[in-house]
Design a protein around this ligand. Structure first.
Ligand code: NAI
Length: 713
């Protein structure tokens, strides 16, 4: 049997236990690994020759990834799940009681169970690698740290700091971990093992480093008295509710569990952890979040079509506007590659550079980069008005005006400037890639690389494979998107590609509801209560009413009767009412801050907001169902390869609530047959546009979006 743990004891009494999950790129606490660790701890407890024990990882990039996600996905019985938590607690408890000092020597990313074992160790020694992350991200998959994390972290770093990490599932870099008191020492990576050894020898020789108490005087005063603690927990609760709208149970449970551990002692805290973990692990939210986590992991590995990506060493960006400036900044910030940024006039170039500089300033403020590093990265962007330097680029990303003729001309021109084989990608949000490539020799190298706005924040890139696009081109752009820290989803060329197409069906339905007499704020509230980060009306303002209306017309032209639009739609942007950017849209703005819905809008559109207190759950369903209908069509047309890809794209591209697992997963959970019936009813009551598509009817008959055959199901 291959083993995960290897123990070595030196003649000086310094022992190392090295974790190396067999056959995996990262260390995982599987059932087998836990059983083995239990046996090792048993053996260690009886040894009198060990004077100090160091826990190490044999994986170069990873200390421990955490518990086995497959076990969490599979568990259906809360009692069993709680028992799993108690087992880990017993094990880590035994570890903390070993008769000699222990240290977790962390040199790669350390998550969940790994952090909990580190917390059960006497010392935590961290490498100073800037890319290292340590934390307790459990709430992100709908559970909580239940192998002692909720109970031990506050004891080590204070209540406020512990809540800050646990409730948001945050991970921190080594410097921050050391500042918080989560680590006892920050050791240079180059001499890490030697320094760990010296640390151990020092402790054995009686030099015990004093643990500093963090959190400042105010923090200590607050945390030491019951009233202060009450204030702290109340504030944390309010913040969680603000951030999650109460839709995510895990952080609220974690808050209660931390409180029990603080007020009633370690044993009570551990028991509360186990009980809460049992209940959470079988919840709908947890299963959906685990599903999304797996989709994300899949997207990291996936090589579309099996083609091998080519290396990208130098890039050009065309157009220095909102998107181009953001893309140039992203490439230098994440991949540190040289970027040529070309525009047609000096003013937009200056604007694009200023935009990039502002984003770098924020990274410095947040201590993600030092000032000199940020300046060096910014200097990698070379602005210009001509094609100088294009002769050496591997990839061009075009982000110029949304106009087919202009793009066609520019692509044909570009092909003359770049080396043979260089990839030409367009960031277009609505034009067909095949059309853009019309006059370009070698159309196999033309592809869509659709970033979302704002580029530095939005995690999705749609990689659009047109009919003639070569698989190697698609693979290269997808790999490059990953390198920029984005998640690529490969989609087929077509109106609105995937995300904007689905989204437009939802936004158009919101307009129809407005037409029926609903209020702007009710429509938005319906969707934020459902879990969207922003309602459709506010989103229209953010996107820009002019832009939204233009895209709506393009898609309505493509989809005909399926996507009818109210006849007043063009009046929306009359009188310079363009949304957030013009200070007036469906809402009134104070600077960029949304204040209240603008009653003028109803007058402008000739509508009467007569419906009081509507059933917001039904409103949400009205807006989501058209997307479900269209999702089935997208899958059938091969616009997207799987329900999993579709769900991931919508979550990352629109903020579709992750706790619902994605649109298709949500629809499956509701029961597709029932949704088809609901749509048929709406088709009779509201409009033909609700008629269930034959594609959806077939999906329903076949057992749902994730029925057998979908690899991501
Ligand atoms: P923008 O209007 O802010 O910037 C376009 C820039 O391209 C301008 O600075 C203009 O001077 C420059 N330009 C025009 N013709 C050029 C040429 N021949 N060579 C070099 N530069 C040229 O536009 P934005 O919003 O950045 O959009 C750019 C592209 O990205 C469009 O295709 C748009 O559909 C797409 N897009 C826009 C998103 C958004 O939210 N703004 C989101 C996703 C994609």
């Amino acid at each position: 049997m291959s083993t995960a743990f290897e123990l070595a004891v030196g003649p000086d009494g310094l022992a190392t236990l090295t974790f190396d999950s067999p056959g995996r790129p990262v260390n995982v606490f599987t059932r087998e690994a836990m059983a083995e660790l239990e046996e090792v701890i048993g053996r260690l407890a009886g040894r009198s020759d060990v004077r100090f024990l160091v826990l190490l990882s044999a994986k170069p990039e990873n200390f421990v990834a955490g518990a086995d996600i497959d076990e969490i996905a599979g568990v259906e019985d809360p009692a069993l799940a709680a028992e799993g938590a108690r087992l880990g607690q017993r094990l880590f408890g035994a570890w903390s009681e070993l008769p000699f000092p222990t240290a977790a020597a962390v040199r790669g990313s350390c998550m969940g169970g790994g952090t909990e074992l580190a917390l059960a160790s006497e010392y935590v020694l961290l490498s100073d690698r800037p890319d290292l992350r340590i934390g307790l991200p459990e709430v992100r998959i709908g559970i909580l740290p239940a192998w002692g994390g909720c109970s031990r972290l506050p004891r080590r770093i204070g209540i406020a700091a512990a809540l800050d990490l646990i409730l948001a599932g945050k991970t921190v870099d080594p410097r921050k971990a050391f500042r918080l008191g989560l680590a006892d020492a920050l050791l240079p990576d180059a001499s890490f093992l030697r320094q760990v050894r010296e640390f151990a020898a020092g402790v054995v020789a009686g030099r015990r480093p004093a643990r500093r108490r963090r959190g400042g005087l105010m923090g200590i005063v607050l945390e030491r008295n019951p009233l202060g603690r009450k204030v702290l927990f109340d504030q944390a609760r309010k913040q969680v509710l603000r951030q999650t709208a109460g839709l995510y149970p895990a952080p609220l449970r974690a808050l209660e569990v931390v409180r029990v551990g603080v007020e009633k002692g370690l044993a009570a805290g551990l028991e509360a952890e186990a009980r809460a973990a049992g209940e959470l692990a079988v919840s709908r939210e947890c299963k959906s979040l685990v599903h999304v986590f797996r989709l994300m992991e899949g997207a990291k590995r996936d090589a579309p079509g099996g083609a091998v990506p080519r290396p990208v060493g130098s890039v050009a960006v065309l157009g220095a506007g909102v998107m181009g400036g953001g893309i140039a900044q992203l490439i230098t910030a994440t991949a540190a590659l040289p970027v040529r940024l070309k525009d047609v006039a000096p003013e937009p170039l200056a604007g694009g550079m200023a935009h990039a500089a502002a984003l770098f300033r924020k990274l410095v403020e947040r201590r993600r980069l030092s000032r000199p590093e940020a300046l060096a990265r910014l200097a990698l962007v070379r602005p210009g008005l001509d094609y100088r330097g294009f002769g050496r680029v591997d990839l061009v990303i075009e982000a110029i005006v949304e106009n087919l003729e202009v793009k066609q001309k520019v692509f044909a021109e570009l092909a003359q400037q770049v080396p043979a084989g260089a990839i030409l990608a367009s960031n277009t949000s609505s034009l067909p890639i095949r059309g853009i490539a019309r006059d370009t020799p070698e159309p196999g190298r033309v592809v869509g690389m659709h970033f979302f706005n704002p580029v530095h924040k939005m995690p999705l890139v749609e990689v659009i494979a047109a009919e003639g696009t070569a698989p190697g081109t698609v693979a290269t752009v997808a790999a490059f998107a990953r390198r920029l820290g984005k998640t690529p989803v490969v989609v087929k060329d077509g109106p609105g590609f995937l995300v904007n197409r689905l989204l437009m069906f939802y936004m158009a339905e919101a307009l129809w509801l407005l037409d029926e007499g609903h209020r702007i704020e009710d429509l938005d509230r319906a969707m934020t209560e459902w879990g969207m980060p922003m309602g459709p009306m506010a989103l229209t303002d953010e996107v820009g009413i002019d832009v939204a209306v233009k895209v709506a017309h393009i898609l309505a032209g493509a989809f005909g009767d399926r996507l009818p639009l109210p006849d007043w739609i063009d009046r929306l942007s009359d009188e310079g009412r363009l949304g957030t950017k013009s200070g007036r849209g469906l809402y009134v703005y104070d600077g960029r801050r949304r204040t209240a819905p603008d009653p003028e809008v109803y007058r402008l559109l000739g509508l009467t907001p007569r419906i009081q207190d509507p059933d917001r759950g039904r409103l949400a369903e009205r807006m989501v169902l058209p997307m479900v209908n269209e999702a089935a069509r997208c899958l059938e047309e091969g616009v997207v390869r799987s329900a999993g890809d579709l769900d991931l794209a919508l979550i990352l591209g629109t903020g579709f609530p992750p706790f619902r697992g994605g649109l298709c997963r949500w629809a499956d959970r509701q029961g597709l047959a029932g949704l088809v019936e609901a749509m048929a009813r709406l088709a009779g009551q509201v409009g033909e546009r609700f008629t269930p598509s034959p594609a959806l009817v077939r999906r329903a008959a076949g057992g749902g979006f994730y029925a057998a055959g979908d690899p991501s199901g």
